[in-house]
Design a protein around this ligand. Structure first.
Ligand code: S3P
Length: 180
């Protein structure tokens, strides 16, 4: 069995539908890091779902919960975090991610993202109301540069399965870590 001492924290960022949660699960078993999906953790701690938080507290309420969690988790070691697509909007989140681990950007083409997010709309209140495609592209336009601004590694996720991608990330992170 491999033992990874001092494996760096890994943070998966990217838009909705890029595969941050599923790649995070596979990567967790390869690295042995503790995997936290911020959407799930925010819900677990609050006892309500994302839609409820957006409805009652607005996006700002959700962002505050998300930011508090990111500050808490990035202060710890042995962490692998699957972040929510909008987590990079707050500069303090970007700083915390960038300064404490390896930031991995999972990108996806618009068509593929559209297909994937259509299937799981429920946890994504920002896509509801108005034109679904327009909502998606508006968010992408606002955020693409922010993802790139903190990413150390980038992957296009359209036609690669999550297991293969997780293995690739694992190898690249190991290499980066050894080079340091
Ligand atoms: C959001 C993305 C969602 C979730 C919330 C807001 C966003 O997470 O945090 O609906 O602003 O892009 P995923 O990226 O895991 O879908």
């Amino acid at each position: 069995m491999k033992i990874h001492r001092c494996f760096p924290n890994i943070y998966l960022i990217g838009p909705m539908g890029a595969g941050k949660s599923s790649v995070g699960r596979k990567l967790a078993s390869l690295t042995g890091l503790t995997h936290v999906d911020t959407d799930q953790e925010v819900c677990r701690r609050s006892g309500v779902d994302i839609n409820w938080i957006f409805e009652v507290e607005g996006e700002e309420g959700f962002r505050k919960r998300e930011a508090a969690l990111i500050q808490e988790l990035t202060a710890q070691g042995n962490m692998l975090i699957s972040t929510g697509g909008g987590s990079i909007l707050y500069s303090e989140n970007r700083e915390a991610l960038k300064n404490t681990g390896i930031v991995v950007y999972l990108a996806v083409s618009f068509e593929e993202q559209y297909q994937r997010t259509q299937q799981r709309r429920y946890t994504r209140p920002l896509l509801e109301g108005g034109d679904f495609k327009k909502n998606l592209s508006r968010l992408n336009l606002q955020r693409a540069a922010l993802y790139l601004s903190i990413a150390e590694l980038c992957y296009q996720t359209d036609s690669i399965n999550t297991q293969t991608l997780a293995r690739q990330i694992y190898q690249d992170v190991m290499k980066k870590h050894q080079d340091l």
